[in-house]
Design a protein around this ligand. Structure first.
Ligand SMILES: Nc1ncnc2c1ncn2[C@@H]1O[C@H](COP(=O)(O)OP(=O)(O)O)[C@@H](O)[C@H]1O
Ligand SMILES: [Mg+2]
Length: 251
C-alpha cells in the first residue's frame, strides 16, 4: 500500500484496483487547431489499454500529450501517474518519472550499434534492465549487438525500441503503432514481444490501426473519434461488436 499523500490527487485511493494512470479531461492544440477535445481514461497497474480509432482520430496526439512532448500543447486537464502530476511536467521530467513513448518512427539512432543504442538509453538515471537481461529476453538483439541499429529489420527495430525503453526504469509504456508497416509474420513476432511485456507486468498503452491484433493483446480499449472518447470498455466487447468496429475503426 502506498501512503504518500502530499499532493492532492483526484479519485479514491484503494490498495487494489486504484488507477495507475489517470488522464482527466485533457484538451490539446496544435496552434489554433483544437485536436484532443476532453479525453479521459484510466489504466490500472499491469494493464494493457488499446487506444483505437481511425486515421486522424487523435491517437498520436493523445499519447504525445501524456508523454508531455513539445506538441500538441496541453492547455487543460490533468494527468496523474500514481501520485505524480504529469500535466505539470516537461517531457524530460515525464521521462524521468518513467514514461516511455515509443513513437511510430521508432527513432533508432543512425550510426549506433544495437548495444550503443542501449548504452545511450542508460546514460542517465533512472536505469532499468541490464543489457544482459535485455539480451536474455531478446536473444535476437544479443546476436546483433554490434550491428548498426538502423540496418535491423522492421520487426527487430521495434524490438530494439522496446528494449531501449526497458533499459530505462519504465513505469508506463506508450507504444504508437508498433505494427505499422510490418509484414504479418513480423507482426506476430512483435505480438510475442509485447506478450512478454505483458508477462513482466508493465503498464502499457498501445495505439493501433490494426485493432484486432491490439485487442487480442489488450485488457481494455478506448476508441477515439474526432478527438473524443466514444467507447471505453473491455477489449472483448470491441472484438465481439462488429458494428462498433465498423463505425469507428477501419476493421
Ligand atoms: N503537428 C501538427 N500540426 C497540426 N495538426 C496536426 C499535427 N499533427 C497532427 N495534426 C492533426 O491532428 C489530428 C489528429 O492527428 P493524430 O493525433 O496524428 O491522429 P491519429 O494518430 O489518430 O492518426 C489530425 O487532424 C491531424 O491532421
Ligand atoms: Mg497516429
Amino acid at each position: 500500500m502506498t501512503t504518500t499523500d502530499t499532493l492532492e490527487r483526484p479519485g479514491t485511493k484503494t490498495p487494489e484496483g486504484a488507477p495507475f494512470l489517470i488522464v482527466r479531461d485533457i484538451h490539446a492544440y496544435y496552434g489554433e487547431s483544437y485536436i484532443v477535445q476532453g479525453v479521459s481514461f484510466e489504466v490500472r497497474k499491469g494493464e494493457i489499454l488499446a487506444l483505437l480509432g481511425r486515421n486522424g482520430a487523435g491517437k498520436t496526439s493523445t499519447l504525445r500529450s501524456v508523454a508531455r512532448v513539445g506538441t500538441p500543447d496541453l492547455k487543460q486537464g490533468e494527468i496523474w501517474l500514481e501520485d505524480a502530476p504529469v500535466h505539470k511536467m516537461k517531457a524530460h521530467e515525464a521521462a524521468r518519472h518513467g514514461i516511455a513513448l515509443v513513437p511510430e518512427d521508432r527513432r533508432i539512432i543512425a550510426g549506433l550499434s544495437v548495444e550503443e543504442n542501449l548504452d545511450l538509453a542508460q546514460i542517465a538515471p533512472p536505469i532499468g534492465w541490464s543489457k544482459e537481461r535485455i539480451f536474455e529476453l531478446f536473444p535476437r538483439l544479443g546476436e546483433r549487438r554490434r550491428q548498426e541499429g538502423v540496418t535491423l529489420s522492421g520487426g527487430e527495430q521495434q524490438m530494439l525500441a522496446v528494449a531501449r525503453a526497458l533499459a530505462r526504469d519504465v513505469k508506463l509504456f506508450l507504444l504508437d503503432e508498433p505494427y505499422e508497416g510490418l509484414a504479418p509474420v513480423i507482426v506476430q513476432e512483435i505480438e510475442r514481444t509485447l506478450e512478454q511485456i505483458k508477462e513482466i507486468g508493465l503498464t502499457t498503452v498501445i495505439v493501433e490501426q490494426n485493432a484486432i491484433a491490439a485487442l487480442h493483446l489488450a485488457d481494455r480499449a478506448i476508441i477515439l473519434d474526432m478527438g473524443q472518447v466514444v467507447f471505453d470498455g473491455s477489449a472483448r466487447e470491441v472484438l465481439d461488436n462488429p458494428e462498433l468496429r465498423e463505425q469507428y475503426l477501419a476493421v
